[in-house]
Design a protein around this ligand. Structure first.
Ligand code: PEP
Ligand code: MG
Length: 777
């Protein structure tokens, strides 16, 4: 017979316990439950509450017996009472509840598990518990001895010293109660320590993880040289990794911990994956935020459970050595003047990374590339993307901030410097370098650099909060904050960012990386559906992840030279002298040659919207030059069954100056415009956007008054016709002053790179407030 109270409060999963519940769950249980509620993952378990203990006493009629035994001397009383407790039987219903809670832990692991059974003193007895060192803990307890261990912990309430202590304080020993915490023993695949500062110099911008195989004693006891991972707190990126040769591990085997000698692969490979290290870093941030001071943390990764549920914190205490020093005493970098600059270039994707350089001139040699190396090459194209994904940083000789290398690395969140001219000549494979892609400088050797404070906008700061809770941390803006995206799979990484939609989804990445074949070639070999399905899948990946926020999908905007690179492309693509202003954008869709392929693009949009129900998919036409061509293209789209409706918006890019000159005409044809400042600056100023010479001379600049005036004119005319204006070129991601200009001019949305979303949302909010407060316009 289980009493109602026992049913509800006899046993509590740790996850349900909160810090106020000391009376019921004891201090340890309350503390662990509170940590869990803050998202700080500790090994799973349950609390056998003080109510359960009380029920056990009553069931066995022990209260009277304990009271009378307490009249004896403390040592006699202790012996008698402990014996009473140990020889008493657990009420069958309580025993059943303990067993079924144990079963839940075993089910979670999919096998029998070992547990730790620990005392957890309640309010009346907490002081005594700490005074008397009453920390009875039984480790590696299994199913058959768990009940025995629980009774031993209960009995420890009547240790001789505890009885003496209470007597001296006038506390009635017959009234004290105890809770017991049962936690899964971590079956440590690997474990170690972690600091929320750099333990070698006190730099609080870093998290340093030390890791080795097996149980934590190997690292804590200094028996191995652990692997070391350094992570930047501001953007949770791995800055440095040092993998050591680990010559032993400690494992639990048949009742004891033993040392196992390691050699070969296991000794040399990393004992922690990047994914696990980043998960630990997230937990470290939460712990530091919870305690409000740098922390020294012990952690373990459980091989019985699945990631990320297997990444555990087993101990956390304030870090004392550096924390007690004044902040000014902590020098991050001793002598900046002694740093040796190897090359400089354009800071294309912010961040800092150190590691070994790998100079690769031809993508055919990609197999030489080792994960985590720094890729040094001339310029990238879609074939390079797999290598880029494995790189810790990228340096290219060529390219500007809108080049392939720049755009892809920004999306991937990999530090990148482009246009570094002689990087492939100056840097050598195997050379240890530090890439400061926030400032555009490559240094010799490994240097610890501080990220500028403003760069913290790269961090999503996700602390396991719900999206709504995350959003509430950021200001509401009247101007919508959209994000640019090209690679569908990276959307997962940015889901926590406070963006209102995707303002430019480039489909070129889906075509070059997923589809790989030229659409006309697929039609020729009778596989047009392959194009439609894969394109629809890529779009749907993003649209469903952020539903119902809009995704503005841009029809393809490859240039002929880029289309030629697709499988089967050569047959269909002429060699143009100047592809940048050649057969591009809408001019392709209305040509006899490409029209059938354009129809496939439209069908993919229709599939996503109608078959997959993703009504948040809108479209955008790139490189529009004239109203007649746009008219024709819209007709083809309608012929394929896609017509503008209030929930299907059609935008065009404003990047050829004629669109701005004729903005009134275009306003009659579409719902909105998005400024392509990359091409608009190129075509307004007559400057090839990829020309390094003109770039270096300062000609290519979206802030040029001629470009700004065009943008202003477009906003005014479009608004007169009730159309919206956005911007999806790089300008607002790079120049806050352009964002400020456009917000003041009343732009409806800005679409920026993922790494500037948080920063831009705050910036836009502050500009809007200024407009409201001062009435400036
Ligand atoms: C632009 O021109 O600003 C733009 C966003 O398009 P792309 O860079 O793809 O030409
Ligand atoms: Mg463009």
């Amino acid at each position: 017979m289980v009493t109602q109270i026992l049913k509800e409060e006899g046993i509590l999963p740790l996850i349900k316990v909160r810090k106020e519940m000391i009376e019921l769950a004891g201090g340890k249980g309350a503390n662990l439950g509170e940590l869990l509620s803050q998202g700080i993952r500790v090994p799973p378990g349950f609390v056998i509450t003080s109510k359960a203990y009380s029920y056990f006493l009553d069931y066995n009629g022990l209260r009277e017996k304990i009271i009378s035994a307490l009249n004896l001397s403390p040592d006699e009383a202790s012996k008698v009472i402990k014996n009473l407790i140990l020889s008493a039987k657990l009420p069958p219903d309580l025993e059943e509840m303990i067993n079924s809670s144990y079963n839940e832990l075993a089910n979670m692991a999919g096998k029998e598990v070992l547990v730790a059974v620990r005392s957890s003193a309640t309010a009346e007895d907490i002081e005594n518990a700490s005074f008397a060192g009453q920390q009875d803990t039984y480790l590696n307890v299994n199913r058959s001895n768990i009940i025995e261990a629980v009774k031993l912990v209960w009995a420890s309430l009547y240790n001789e010293r505890a009885i003496e202590y209470r007597k001296s304080k006038g506390i009635d020993s017959s009234k004290v109660e105890m809770a017991v915490v049962v936690q899964k023993m971590v079956n440590s695949k690997s474990s170690g320590v972690m600091f929320t500062l750099n333990p070698s110099n006190g730099d609080r911008n870093l998290i340093v993880i030390e890791s080795s195989w097996g149980l934590g004693e190997a690292v804590v006891g200094g028996k191995v040289t652990p692997d070391e991972i350094v992570i930047s707190k501001s953007n949770l990126k791995i800055l440095d990794k040092r993998i050591s040769k680990k010559n032993l591990k400690i494992v639990y085997d048949k009742g004891r911990n033993i040392e196992v000698h390691l050699e070969g692969e296991e000794s040399e490979k990393p004992s922690i994956s990047d994914e696990e290290a980043l998960e630990l870093a997230k937990l470290a941030l939460k712990i530091e935020a919870h305690y409000g001071t740098p922390m020294d943390i012990e952690w373990a990764i459980d091989s019985d459970l699945k990631f990320p549920d297997n990444v555990f914190i087993v101990q956390a205490r304030p870090e004392t050595f550096w924390s007690s020093r004044k902040k000014e005493d902590v020098k991050v970098e001793e002598k900046p003047s002694e740093r040796k600059v190897l090359v400089k270039g354009l800071a294309a994707s912010p961040g800092i990374a150190s590691g070994k350089a790998r100079v690769l001139l031809d993508v055919k040699d990609a197999k030489e590339f080792q994960k985590g190396e720094i890729l040094v090459t001339k310029m990238t194209d879609p074939d390079w993307v797999p290598v880029m994904k494995a790189a810790s940083a990228i340096v290219t000789d060529e390219g500007g901030i809108t080049s392939h290398a720049a755009i892809v690395s920004r999306e991937l969140g990999i530090p990148a410097i482009v246009g570094a001219k002689e990087a492939t000549k100056v840097l050598e494979t195997g050379q240890e370098i530090t890439v400061d892609a926030t400032r555009g400088v490559v240094y010799d050797g490994k240097i610890i650099l501080e990220e500028p404070k403003q760069e913290s906008h790269t961090s999503t700061g996700s602390l396991g909060l719900s999206r709504d809770a995350m959003l509430s941390l950021f200001p509401v803006t009247g101007t919508k904050i959209y994000m640019n995206l090209g690679q569908p799979d990276v959307i997962e990484k940015y889901l926590d960012l406070p963006f209102d939609g995707i303002g430019l989804m480039r489909i070129e990445f889906i075509v070059s990386e997923w589809i790989k074949h030229h659409p006309l070639y697929l039609i020729k070999i009778g596989k047009p559906e392959e194009f439609v399905n894969k394109l629809a899948d890529g779009i749907a990946r993003v649209a469903s992840a952020i539903y119902p926020r809009p995704v503005v999908v841009r029809f393809s905007d490859f240039k002929t030279n880029e289309y030629r690179g697709l499988i089967g492309g050569e047959e269909f693509e002429p060699e143009e002298r100047n592809p940048m202003i050649g057969w591009r954008g809408v001019s392709r869709y209305v040509s006899q040659q490409y029209e059938p392929a354009f129809r496939l693009e439209v069908r993919a949009i229709r599939k996503a919207r109608e078959d997959m129900g993703l009504k948040n998919v809108w479209v955008m036409f790139p490189f529009v030059r004239t109203s007649w061509e746009l008219n024709k293209a819209i007709k083809i789209m309608e012929d394929e069954g896609l017509t503008r409706t209030p929930d299907f918006k059609v935008w065009i890019m404003a990047e050829v100056p004629s669109v701005i000159t004729m903005a009134d005409e275009f306003s009659k044809m579409v719902d909105g415009f998005s400024i392509g400042s990359n091409d608009l600056a190129q075509l307004t100023l007559g400057v090839d956007r990829d020309s390094e010479i003109l770039g270096r001379m300062g000609y290519y600049d979206e802030r040029d008054p001629a470009v700004l005036r065009s943008m202003r004119r477009l906003i005014r005319v479009a608004h007169k016709y009730g159309r919206t204006v956005s911007i999806c070129g790089q300008a607002p991601s790079v120049y806050p002053e352009v964002t400020e200009f456009l917000v003041k001019e009343g732009i409806d949305s800005v679409s920026i790179n993922p790494d500037t979303v948080i920063y831009t949302r705050r910036l836009v909010a502050s500009i809007e407030q200024k407009i409201l407060l001062r009435g400036i316009k």
